[in-house]
Design a protein around this ligand. Structure first.
Ligand code: DGP
Length: 113
């Protein structure tokens, strides 16, 4: 989608530190990491957020989570624990309107609010 930052990353117009890619999914390190491991897992098809997923996307969502879990193991945090988050809308702090799952781990995480 035009003017979507993550679509530009998918197209290679903006560089990223990729950690996984297949036909449907891309994962790359967050530019502003909140923990030693902070990766974003995104669908290559533009979906503006998790609230816009449809029943026909069930398999895609399952794949995004499966990739996240696999990356957690590869990046060494599956034993210590990690968080999978998808922010939706302003109050959650969603700043990029292309569905993404944050994989965050490698330190003890707080739960402030
Ligand atoms: P959210 O606030 O949930 O919409 O998360 C968006 C994340 O995207 C945020 O943690 C920072 C990250 N981000 C923004 N721009 C870029 C970029 O150009 N490259 C990378 N790798 N990450 C980005």
């Amino acid at each position: 989608m035009e003017d979507c930052l993550f679509c530009k990353i998918i197209e290679g117009k903006i560089p990223s530190d990729k950690v996984y890619e297949d036909d449907d999914v891309l994962a790359f390190r967050d530019i502003n990491p909140q923990a030693p491991v902070h990766v974003l897992i995104i669908p290559k098809r533009h979906i503006s957020g998790a609230d816009k997923l449809e029943r026909s996307d069930d398999a895609l969502l399952g794949k995004l989570v499966a990739v996240a879990n696999r990356l957690a193991a590869e990046l060494g945090v599956s034993g210590t624990g990690y968080r999978l988050i998808s922010n939706i809308g302003d109050d959650a702090g969603q700043s990029v309107h292309h569905l993404h799952i944050h994989l965050i781990g490698g330190k003890r995480l707080n739960w402030d609010n």
